[in-house]
Design a protein. Sequence first.
Length: 259
Amino acid sequence: MVAGRERLNGKVALITGGASGIGRSIAETFVEQGARVVIADIDADRGRDVAAALGATFEVLDVRDEAGWERVTTDMVDDLGRLDVLVNNAGTGGAGGSIEEAGVDDWDRVMDINGKGVFLGCKYGVAAMKANAAPAGGSIINMSSIAGLVGAPPIPIYSASKGAVRLLTKSVALHCARKGYGIRCNSVHPSYTDTPMVDRMIDGHHDPDRLRRSIEAAAPLGRMGEPADVAGAALYLASDDSAFVTGIELTVDGGICAM
């Protein structure tokens, strides 16, 4: 963070999956940097507690539900006057195993959340942001993964869903640029990050300590990512510091994709 300066002062932000992990860290960072933040999550109890603790607002949202997206974005514009930043962070992890083991139900569930959820977020985010007076526009930040950039044999469905987010992001970025909306759209690609979801995965392994050491050693920087690392990337893309940045893939991976 930049000391002595609120980089999001006056901006209104919506963060999906903001009740825990990376989403919570982004919400905390945005509030600290002067934004009015709405946390959206399917976990109503935890979401309300987090919002109250951070000084944010909470909305129940299942990102697969189009009517829910319409309700939340309409309420934000009515109550707060605008939407400046949308972080499509809500998602689900790998499922189903390799291509030989995975089933159609696994595909449908992961794609419904990670693919359709981000599609709907972009659709309704653009609809809300394009009403902002020029040259304000807005910033859409889609949470992908390094699994959306490189192959991951054990999790092909997850990789496919995050690859879809990557190219959806570029398509939205170019559409908004050509329409002159002033809306930027970028994707963030973390590697393994120390969140409850990753902790559950490690704890469920037959040798948790070995798996954790392996994950940490995979990054040239020698550690697992922290939620604050990803929040810092989201802050850059949400702020006016990235005013000429759209359609990019910002990796937060300790150097893995450089190898």
